[in-house]
Design a protein around this ligand. Structure first.
Ligand code: ZN
Length: 198
C-alpha cells in the first residue's frame, strides 16, 4: 500500500478530525497546504495559534472575544434592554448580519441534551439570571429549532417566569430542526420579527 511521508499522514489525520472534513477532503487540504509558500503556511499556523492564545470568553455574555467585557457588552449604542439568548458563540455573527439586531447577547455554551449528559448546570444559565435587571425589557430565546433547542427555550422561559420579564421565542422562517448558523439573513430577520411571547 502506498504510504505518504509521515508528516503528511499526520496532517491528514489532524485535518480529518475537523467537523465536516472526511478523509478525502483532509487529503486534498493537506496537499494544498504542501503547495503553499512557507509564508502562507506560516500565516495559517500563526492564525491558529493566535485564536488559542488570545480568544477568551466574555465574563458577562460568554461570547468569544479578545477582551472581557467583549465589544458588544461595552457598546453604549446598543439597546441594553433586550438580551438575545443563543446556544453558541458562532450564532452571534449570524444574527449580527441582521440590521435590527442591535441588542445584547447571552451565549449559553450549548443546549440541554440529557442523552449527551448536558444539563442546566452545564449552560451559562445562572449568569443569564444574574444579568436580568430593571433595565431588561425583553429576553429573546434564539436557540435552534431542534428538539433540544426548543426544550432549552422552554426551560429558560420557566426559569425567567418569576422575574416578570417579557420572554419571546424566534418564530416563522427557521425550519424545524435547523441550526441558526446556516440560516440566511432574510430568514433570520423574519424569524426575529415574528417572535412571539412565551
Ligand atoms: Zn460580552
Amino acid at each position: 500500500m502506498y504510504r505518504s511521508a509521515a508528516s503528511v499522514e499526520r496532517l491528514i489525520t489532524l485535518l480529518g478530525k475537523l467537523p465536516g472534513i472526511g478523509p478525502k477532503s483532509a487529503g486534498r487540504l493537506a496537499f494544498h497546504i504542501l503547495k503553499m509558500s512557507a509564508e502562507e503556511a506560516g500565516d495559517l499556523t500563526d492564525a491558529i495559534r493566535a485564536v488559542k492564545e488570545k480568544v477568551r470568553e466574555c465574563d458577562i455574555c460568554h461570547n468569544i472575544s479578545e477582551s472581557s467585557p467583549c465589544y458588544i457588552c461595552l457598546d453604549e449604542k446598543r439597546n441594553r434592554s433586550v438580551i438575545c439568548v443563543v446556544e453558541e458563540a458562532l450564532d452571534v455573527p449570524s444574527l449580527e448580519k441582521v440590521e435590527s439586531c442591535n441588542w445584547l447577547y447571552h451565549v449559553l455554551g450549548g443546549r440541554l441534551s440529557p442523552l449527551d449528559g448536558i444539563g442546566p448546570d452545564d449552560l451559562h444559565l445562572k449568569a443569564l439570571l444574574d444579568r436580568i435587571s430593571d433595565e431588561t425589557k425583553e429576553v429573546i430565546l434564539a436557540t435552534n429549532t431542534s428538539v433540544e433547542g426548543e426544550a432549552t427555550a422552554m426551560y429558560i422561559s420557566k426559569l425567567l417566569k418569576p422575574l416578570e420579564v417579557k420572554v419571546t421565542r424566534i418564530a416563522r422562517g427557521i425550519p424545524v430542526g435547523a441550526n441558526l448558523e446556516y440560516a440566511d439573513v432574510l430568514t433570520l430577520s423574519q424569524a426575529l420579527e415574528g417572535r412571539r411571547e412565551f
